[in-house]
Design a protein around this ligand. Structure first.
Ligand code: KG4
Ligand code: ZN
Length: 341
């Protein structure tokens, strides 16, 4: 089954074709991504209306380009998948409108995909993929969740952030030290030249049982350290390193607890912060230490992309699930309410 996937929930327009007959990493026939980062940079964050309008401009050309790269035409498609939520309502409607119309015109089924399920299943597209049950850590700009994956489509949220998401904490911390939007990857790059241990920030909520997170207090600690410093490039790098170590440590401690709670040794990590090199190394070491493994998608499939939507949608379409002929989106959507596959 050849499925076109469309992602438009926030500030990236993503399109991909996944072929289940090939499967694995090779099943990803082509993918295209257009990032709106430059468009939103001058505002220091995503402006929803500008995001919607840019998806309108970029989506159809990107669909054409991706199909051409795959050597396919629209008539070769067996289904269309689109991000139906959670996300910005206007941005979601652009993807849903195009996807639903295309499926209608081609007389093929369409399915709305949960964005976080897309992230969660992305590692399963890679070769040597793990099979459920496992524990997933979802760390993106909007979400930080630990999920017990009992089967594909059967998700139990074990813990989540009570305030900022991990990626949001990276972005806000970067911003208060004067780094341009989106600061997360830049902060991580800076941390490479920071001296470990020069700043020690808290590991929030690790001193008590439980699997929830809270990252908003870290910002304040960073702000105070930044104000008290000489604000030199080295001071910025040292603080970045202290911040990154605090987030990575906190995530690793909670992941280990979640594996214990779920009786599992397999951890799947997904979402934009999953591209963080130090987090990857730390979680791999933690899982290896208990005889298990940590699975990540390649970094390009950690951040938002169309491939994860094509893949997750293909699994649901193969199971016979379909969206009816309406352009419907779900800006707030609890993953635990999804139907099993
Ligand atoms: O999954 P994603 O692309 O979009 C959402 O669904 O939110 O995640 C984006 C988030 C941003 O907050 C970004 O700063 C963060 O992921 N991010 C990183 C890195 N790469 C992206 N954070 C830390 N280290 C990185 N290397
Ligand atoms: Zn995302």
């Amino acid at each position: 089954m050849r499925v076109l996937g469309i992602e438009s929930s926030c500030d990236e327009t993503g399109v991909a074709v996944y072929d289940t007959a090939i499967g694995g990493a090779a099943g990803l026939r082509a993918q295209g991504l257009y990032s709106q980062v430059a468009l939103h940079a001058e505002y220091g964050g995503v402006v929803p209306e500008l995001a919607s309008r840019d998806h309108v401009r970029k989506l159809l050309p990107l669909v054409r380009q991706t199909l051409a790269e795959a050597g396919l035409s629209v008539s070769d498609l067996d289904g269309v998948a689109y991000t139906a939520g959670p996300g910005l309502v206007g941005a979601l409607l652009v993807g849903a409108g195009v996807a639903r119309s295309l499926a209608w015109a081609l007389d093929v089924p369409a399915v709305g995909v949960h964005h976080m399920e897309g992230h969660l299943l992305a590692p399963l597209m890679e070769d040597n993929a793990p099979a459920p049950p496992f524990v997933a850590l979802l760390v993106s700009g909007g979400h930080t969740q630990l999920v017990a994956v009992e089967a594909i489509g059967r998700y139990r949220v074990l813990g989540e952030t009570l305030d900022d998401a991990a990626g949001e904490a990276f972005d806000k911390t970067a911003k208060l030290m004067g780094l341009p939007y989106p600061g997360g990857p830049e902060l991580a790059r800076l941390a490479e030249s920071g001296i470990p241990g020069r700043h020690r920030f808290a590991r929030p909520m690790t001193d008590r049982p439980g699997l929830d997170f809270s990252f908003s207090g870290l910002k304040t600690q960073v702000l105070l350290a930044w104000r008290d410093s000489d604000q030199s490039p080295q001071a910025r790098a040292d603080i970045a390193r202290g911040f990154e170590d605090a987030v990575v440590d906190t995530l690793a401690i909670k992941c280990e607890r979640a594996l214990d709670a779920a009786g599992s040794d397999t951890l799947v990590v997904a979402g934009g912060v999953g591209a963080n090199v130090r987090l990857r190394a730390r979680l791999q070491a933690m899982c290896a230490g208990r005889g298990g493994r940590a699975c990540f998608p390649r970094p390009a499939l950690c951040t938002d992309n169309g491939a994860m939507i094509a893949f997750a949608g293909a699994l649901r379409l193969q199971a016979g699930q379909r969206a009816d002929a309406a352009v419907a989106v779900v800006p707030r959507w609890d993953m635990a309410t999804l139907p099993a596959v």
